[in-house]
Design a protein around this ligand. Structure first.
Ligand code: MG
Length: 203
């Protein structure tokens, strides 16, 4: 499986990092070795002094598809969950300055923490899903998928023009504003509406 992630999909987040708004989805990949499951702790790596959390709604792909039309894109994912797109912001800033790919800042081991997944049919309207992150009981991110620049369907259609989607692939759909640094001892908890999806520690 692979993890496909979308950058700058919420205007307020693009702004907080001084990035322009994209006119097409910005995408990057994480390898399967990036996946961190079952609320296992995230260990701060020694190659970065500035690891950031980015809470994102994650889609699970349910069948293989290529060149998927937007109107059929909803048939290609049946479950949703939450994830933290851990980012080595210090490395990313250096790479961006030099115009180099950010891969090492995004694709390192355990950089894609994921929750359980539930059927999307559980939610009345996934295009207006509220989701939130608390760290040590303090609200840090409070998003809603109705603020995305590119919808789930647009993302799937766009990505599948270039990269075949396969059953089990995960799509991180971008983070709202409020990203920041994590510290050893932090407790991260995240919800979709009032259901808890993530609850784990930084070590
Ligand atoms: Mg992200």
């Amino acid at each position: 499986m692979k993890v496909i992630a979308i950058g700058r999909n919420y205007a307020a987040h693009a702004k907080e990092l001084n990035n322009p708004l994209p006119d097409a989805p910005v995408i990057f990949l994480k390898p399967d070795t990036a996946v961190l499951k079952d609320n296992k702790p995230f260990y701060l790596p020694d190659f970065s002094a500035d690891i950031h959390y980015e809470l994102e709604v994650v889609l699970k792909v349910c069948k293989e598809g290529k060149h998927i039309a937007e109107k059929f894109a909803g048939n290609y994912f049946d479950e949703v969950g939450l994830g933290i797109d851990f980012t080595a912001r210090d490395l990313q800033s250096k790479f961006k300055e030099k115009g180099l790919p950010w891969e090492l800042a995004k694709a390192f081991d355990n950089s894609a923490a994921i929750s359980k997944f539930v059927p999307k049919s559980q939610f009345e309207d996934i295009s207006a899903l509220p989701f939130s992150l608390k760290i040590n009981d303090e609200l840090k991110q409070d998003g809603n998928t109705n603020m995305m620049l590119f919808s789930f369907e647009q993302i799937i259609s766009f990505v599948s023009k270039y990269i075949t989607l396969k059953k089990g692939d995960l799509i991180f759909t971008g983070t709202p504003e409020g990203v920041g640094k994590v510290f050893a001892g932090d407790k991260l908890e995240a919800w979709i509406a009032d259901e808890q999806f993530l609850n784990f520690e930084i070590k």
